[in-house]
Ligand binder design. Sequence first.
Ligand code: IDP
Ligand code: MG
Length: 175
Amino acid sequence: MSKATKKHQYTLVILKPDALVKSLTGNILTRLSEARLRIIGAKVVRVSRELAEKHYAHLKDEPFFDDLYNYFSGKAYGRKYERVLAFVYEGEDAISKVRKIAGATNPLEADPITIRGAYGRINKKGIMENVIHCSDSEESAKDEIHLWFDPDEIIEAIYPTKKVIRNKCEVLEWA
Ligand code: IDP
Ligand code: MG
């Protein structure tokens, strides 16, 4: 790809509960580090139904959404795994680079050398347990980062913010 077509982008990466169950955190972060991107936000999150419905708004009305929520929230694996790790990565062509390393949505169709191809599976309920989420476009990256992170949880001001008063304290919110 020529230099002129490269785009500076942000992308949301989530290590889903199956990544934690399979003890893949270090492995996945190492693979992602090969893309030469920078982490500008990182945290552990318990996924509420509300957050899952907003994050997967395009799947909310699917008959498998309850099972998808059970998986994505980690409830399927018990209390110890009711969490995900969320990251914001920044860099040239961040979205396509991470999607390439992650692989196709369906782990059975994903290239075996990708994260999903190597570690994903389809569970008994038919849900694609594919280990990692990554934004698929600049528009969805922006929406997802707004949904998952507050401005002061990201090391750089990447989108417009506004100051508001909450409990007598001045805090930053997305504008
Ligand atoms: P993506 O994660 O590759 O962006 P999406 O279509 O946004 O793919 O789906 C979100 C997640 O929902 C998938 O990663 C997978 O875990 C699950 N999923 C999507 N479609 C299906 C399906 O048809 N059957 C079972 N699980 C699905
Ligand atoms: Mg998606």
